[in-house]
Design a protein around this ligand. Structure first.
Ligand SMILES: NC(=O)c1ccc[n+]([C@@H]2O[C@H](COP(=O)([O-])OP(=O)(O)OC[C@H]3O[C@@H](n4cnc5c(N)ncnc54)[C@H](OP(=O)(O)O)[C@@H]3O)[C@@H](O)[C@H]2O)c1
Length: 332
């Protein structure tokens, strides 16, 4: 099968090459991938920037989510059959969706929403799960709570706004002038043009911030959240608490503790809780998202579609940092 892979970290471009179709384990299905999506995680993985959290053997096929059709099932699989249309985010040690086939554990997939094309479905898994886990699992957003979602026009932000609205929250978001109407159409209640205003000077008394930007934006978030409120970041530094829950060795937890002492200080000063989120695969949560999608309450946002042969152009577009929604790769 055709696959896009790297032989070592810091390789500039993905190499398109022919590799064997993967074997399946008893709890796996083999999926013929029809579409995949680009995530900034692909760029970070290529650059070797996540070696502290993820260790990969080379060569490594990249790609973290997909939609496609089941073409074979493992001996213990009962909930999926050949011909099922599915979508998913494979677990971190079994990525590789920039390829014609993937062997994936059935816990990591769900039936594709019936009202979506494969391209649309591939836009959902990683960003949909990330947003659900931040807004529902960690923040426990309830009707009337106020949340700031950073970068509302991005792959994560554009689905997070819609999920936060489903949970009944009041949603503020940051974006640039060209995307104001777009984020409004997704349900944002208050919009801050980040080129003109600093959110930290405009918003107060928020219950939560979903930080997708990190650095200064993350630090400034502490200014706008109420005591006992929460900040969930997917772009800031992982802290020692995360390191422990992720099962990192003690020395790595210690390094994270040192690296995030500024955030710990801010937590103490403001009584706001900081959580780093590293999203997890979950077929069950994809099925929950499907209920909203099939009722047209949440929709995928696609910016551009590239063919697998042009995957390096797609990665370069993602690198620009200005995608509006998701970048899709047509595979089969
Ligand atoms: N830890 C995890 O599990 C996890 C999971 C998913 C994603 N992430 C991380 O989350 C981050 C966001 O991912 P993504 O897929 O949403 O990225 P993305 O789609 O590439 O984000 C691009 C968007 O960000 C907007 N943007 C850039 N700078 C901004 C600023 N200062 N203020 C407001 N908006 C800004 C851009 O809008 P303009 O064109 O208007 O500038 C653009 O629409 C990445 O760092 C990714 O690695 C982590």
């Amino acid at each position: 099968m055709q696959a896009a892979l790297i032989h070592s970290y810091k390789q500039k471009e993905l190499e398109l090459t022919s590799v064997p179709i993967p074997d399946i384990n008893s709890n796996d299905v083999l999926v013929k991938i029809i579409a995949a999506s680009i995530n900034p995680l692909d760029l970070r993985t290529m650059a070797g920037g996540l070696k502290m959290l993820l260790h990969y053997d080379m060569p490594l096929i990249l790609g973290n989510d997909f939609a496609g059709e089941v073409v074979a099932v493992g001996s213990k699989v009962t909930q999926f059959k050949v011909g099922d249309e599915v979508f998913g985010r494979p677990r971190k040690d079994r990525i590789g969706t920039f390829a014609e086939y993937i062997a994936v554990n059935t816990e990591d997939i769900a039936l594709k929403p019936k009202n979506l094309t494969f391209q649309e479905a591939a836009a959902i898994p990683l960003v949909g799960l990330t947003s659900y886990q931040a807004l529902h699992d960690l923040m426990d957003l309830k009707p009337g709570k106020k949340v700031l979602i950073q970068a509302g026009s991005g792959g994560v932000g554009s689905i997070a706004i819609q999920i936060a609205k489903q949970l009944g929250a009041f949603v503020a978001t940051t974006t640039s002038s060209k995307n104001v109407e777009f984020v409004k159409s997704l349900g944002a209640d208050q919009i801050i043009d980040y080129h003109k205003e600093n959110f930290a000077n405009v918003l107060t008394d928020y219950d939560a911030v979903f930080d997708t930007l990190g650095d200064k934006n993350l630090e400034q978030s502490f200014k706008i959240v109420k005591p006992s409120g929460k900040i969930v970041s997917v772009s800031g530094l992982p802290d020692a608490k995360f390191g422990k829950s992720y099962g990192l060795p003690y020395w790595k937890q210690f390094l994270l503790k040192v690296a995030t002492r500024n955030l710990s200080k801010l937590e103490k000063e403001t009584q706001v809780q900081y959580n780093f989120l590293f999203m997890k695969p979950s077929g069950k949560q994809l099925s929950l998202l499907t209920e909203w999608i099939e009722k047209d309450q949440v929709r995928p946002i696609i910016d551009r579609v590239f063919d697998l042969n042009d995957i390096n152009d797609a990665l370069n577009y993602s690198r620009s940092g200005h995608a509006k929604g998701k970048i899709i790769i047509n595979i089969n």
